[in-house]
Design a protein around this ligand. Structure first.
Ligand code: AMP
Length: 270
């Protein structure tokens, strides 16, 4: 496994590599990250994983500072997985040039997390544009856990690069709770709460039919969740998975949620 610390290392190592698979991450690996890496290894000649906690996508300094970092453990996991390259850039390597034009979300895209985390996806798209330009992968592997991120990045990158975004299924723990690096910020009771809430929504989805009152039911459920689990739900919405438009049909749609357990913000889709 080659560890690449700057863009010269990167250019040298990737010269002549074809069918390169890329897994962009912010580190603190769990089985979700590992599933993306394994998928890339399966379908590409070589795999590169980047670890970069991107300051631009945090709309809150404290959240950035407190984001879990476990670089030693991450590297040992990557070594065991026999990844070809790991790219560990610093901020100066990524943001070494000014953008020609500012990234702006369409009005239609200012929904779900974009509504509540101003500037977040602009930061994600910016870093993904820069990483794709540097690495020039043929495939990028991303998780459905972050469905809105996947949707926006796919739209941006596939229009501009000869590169496919590959969607990978959400990996959950034994209690059904979606794995996330942020889960490290939760104690055992909070994890139990998140598992119960997750299963509650899975069960709720089974009771839904295509009916007019579906919006009212979702609104009611949002209020119930706050009370039942002592959480703060930011949104609970049924949306079409292809275009993320609000939907009243269960087929081809998912329930999207963002909620806080204490200060920790969690997202999922069902
Ligand atoms: P992160 O390090 O949180 O930025 O995530 C890096 C990549 O892993 C993103 O494409 C995420 O969508 C994906 N990912 C995070 N959690 C999961 C999960 N539980 N299952 C599958 N993919 C995930």
């Amino acid at each position: 496994m080659k560890i690449l610390l700057n863009n010269n290392d990167l250019n040298e190592a990737l010269n002549n590599v074809s069918r390169l698979g890329f897994v962009p991450t912010m580190g603190s690996f769990h089985k979700g990250h590992i599933s993306l890496i394994k998928r890339s290894k399966k379908v590409c000649n070589k795999t590169i994983v980047s670890i970069f906690v991107n300051p631009k996508q945090f709309n809150n300094r404290k959240d950035f500072r407190e984001y879990p970092r476990n670089i030693k453990k991450d590297l040992s996991i990557l070594k065991k997985l026999k990844v070809n390259f790991v790219y560990l850039p610093g901020k100066k390597h990524i943001y070494n040039s000014k953008r020609a034009s500012k990234i702006k979300l369409n009005k239609n895209d200012q929904i779900l997390c974009a509504k509540f985390r101003k500037g977040h996806f602009e930061g994600v798209i910016d870093v993904m544009d820069r990483l794709t330009n540097l690495i020039k992968p043929s495939k990028i592997f991303m998780g459905e856990k972050d469905m809105q991120q996947l949707y926006l990045v796919k739209d941006y990158i596939e229009k501009r690069y000869k590169c496919k975004i590959i969607a990978c299924k959400t990996v959950r723990d034994e209690g059904g709770f979606a794995l996330s690096s942020r889960n490290l910020l939760l104690n055992n009771n909070q994890i139990k709460k998140a598992r119960n809430l997750t299963n509650h929504i899975f069960d709720f989805k089974k009771t839904l039919k295509n009916q007019k009152k579906i919006f009212r039911l979702l609104q009611q459920k949002k209020n119930d969740l706050d009370k039942l689990f002592d959480v703060k739900v930011e949104y609970l919405e049924l949306r079409n998975t292809k275009n993320l438009k609000i939907s009243s049909k269960i087929q081809k749609s998912k329930i999207f949620i963002a909620y806080y357990i204490n200060k920790v913000r969690l997202i999922d889709n069902f």
